[in-house]
Design a protein around this ligand. Structure first.
Ligand SMILES: [Zn+2]
Ligand SMILES: [Zn+2]
Length: 424
């Protein structure tokens, strides 16, 4: 059991606890207790007093654990344009550009070009000191003709600049959901995705925080695909609003809400995909009866032998004669592939093989067969993606059958529950 309280409340409990522990050693213990409760000091016989402190410690300790997961910053830093020499920014109203030396410039509507220069960052006739902050007057700012909410930060690394979109996490989700789910999906499926995406985003704050990058998440499939204002649609905005502040929690902590397009009939334990040392109970893999009639339930593709050899060129592989599936998980997914070539054998993790060769052509590592005619390899398989966590096509079909977003989440992440998060 866990209690979620705002950080200010948590701080108050810390203060109260400290005060009482200190007062233990002073003559004014009972006076302080009297101040906090209006009960007569006589009621605080030794047993009641000790019980009160034990309960307070338990309550406080519990919140130290859950409160950290629940109280989160509300501003997301999204890397939208990385390592470029130049880009354009602008607004339909006035906008302001300030730099590290507190220089602040005002521009009227229209575009300006920002480029990297030896001395800093060049904007028209000005040389500015990075990082730059670009703020719109009306709430929408453009970067290379694409509109974004919030404001932009321009960072310089070496002779390249990167553009970071800084905005409220609920606004960020408006640019994510239409890219990560179908905007025509049933509202319950969209609400499911809203919670999955919100939880994932908060759990992945600082994913790109190393010194070269300095932002939270990128805007590609590496984190979540984000398209800014131009991709926003009413259906997704509604799902975000109706689940505002809701996240998925397990045992007082944010759940790891990994998701994929189609599981092919069974979700997978992540230990076979990412070598996780610990698998949370809600991610151990389960049978999914809801995605078998979707477009990606079965797939096949062919890839030239030369291309496969080229992609694996770091491994001294010569003419590939055959590719064999070596070991399957209990759900039927390939664990490893053995590549037989004219210079020997090479063993590779099946999921890694898919990513190295072509993740769009080879939709999953849940292979039914791998055949060759000598020049090409023919792959057949089920599902699309890594198979861990929520199956999006399964969620879409569950919603169609009348399931609520909470039922869908509890199906794919058993034992978890939906809680409201507090933004600091
Ligand atoms: Zn990323
Ligand atoms: Zn499925």
């Amino acid at each position: 059991m866990s209690f979620f309280v705002p950080r200010t409340m948590n701080n108050f409990l810390s203060f109260l606890l400290l005060l009482i522990i200190k007062s233990f050693f002073t003559k004014c213990t009972y006076k302080i207790i009297k101040t906090f409760s209006k009960i007569s000091a006589k009621c605080f016989n030794t047993t009641v007093y000790r019980l009160f402190i034990i309960l307070l410690i338990l309550f406080k300790y519990n919140n130290l654990y859950a409160g950290e997961a629940n109280a989160t910053k509300k501003i997301m830093n999204v890397g939208i344009i990385l390592n470029t020499a130049t880009f354009t920014t602008g607004s339909s109203e006035d906008f302001f550009v300030s730099d590290a030396s507190s220089k602040k410039l005002k521009f009227t509507k229209g575009n300006v070009k920002i480029s990297c220069s030896e001395k800093g960052v060049c904007l028209e006739k000005y040389i500015l000191s990075p990082p730059l902050k670009i703020e719109p007057l009306n709430g929408i700012i453009f970067a290379d003709s694409k509109p974004y909410r919030g404001h932009l930060i321009v960072k310089k690394t070496g002779n390249k600049i990167s553009i970071i979109n800084v905005l409220h996490i609920e606004d960020y989700l408006r640019g994510v959901l239409p890219r990560e789910a179908g905007s025509d999906w049933d509202i319950e499926a969209l609400k499911t995705q809203a919670i999955v995406s919100r939880t994932y985003s908060i759990a992945n704050f600082n994913k790109h925080s190393n010194s070269d990058q300095g932002f939270d998440v990128c805007s590609t499939t590496h984190c979540q695909v984000y398209g800014g204002v131009e991709v926003e649609v009413d259906s997704c905005n509604k799902a975000i609003l109706e689940t505002q502040y809701e996240v998925l929690v397990y045992d007082g902590k944010l759940a790891q809400t990994v998701f994929h397009a189609n599981c092919g009939g069974h979700t997978e334990n992540p230990k076979y995909i990412w070598n996780w040392k610990y698998t949370p109970p809600y991610l151990k893999g389960l049978k999914c009866d809801y995605c078998h009639d979707s477009p990606h339930a079965k797939w096949e593709s062919s890839i030239d032998e030369i291309l496969i050899r080229k992609k694996l060129s770091d491994n001294n592989i010569e003419k590939i004669k055959n590719i064999k599936i070596k070991g399957k998980t209990s759900t039927g997914t390939a664990k490893e592939l053995e590549i037989l070539h004219s210079n020997g054998k090479f063993l590779i993790n099946a999921y890694k093989f898919r990513l190295i060769i072509d993740a769009w052509q080879i939709k999953s590592h849940n292979f039914n067969s791998i055949k060759t005619d000598g020049n090409k390899f023919y792959f057949k398989g089920n599902g699309w993606g890594h198979k861990v966590g929520l199956c999006q096509w399964g969620a879409k079909n569950m919603a169609k059958k009348g399931k609520t977003y909470k039922q869908i989440l509890n199906y794919y992440y058993p034992g978890t529950k939906v809680e409201k998060i507090t933004y600091e």
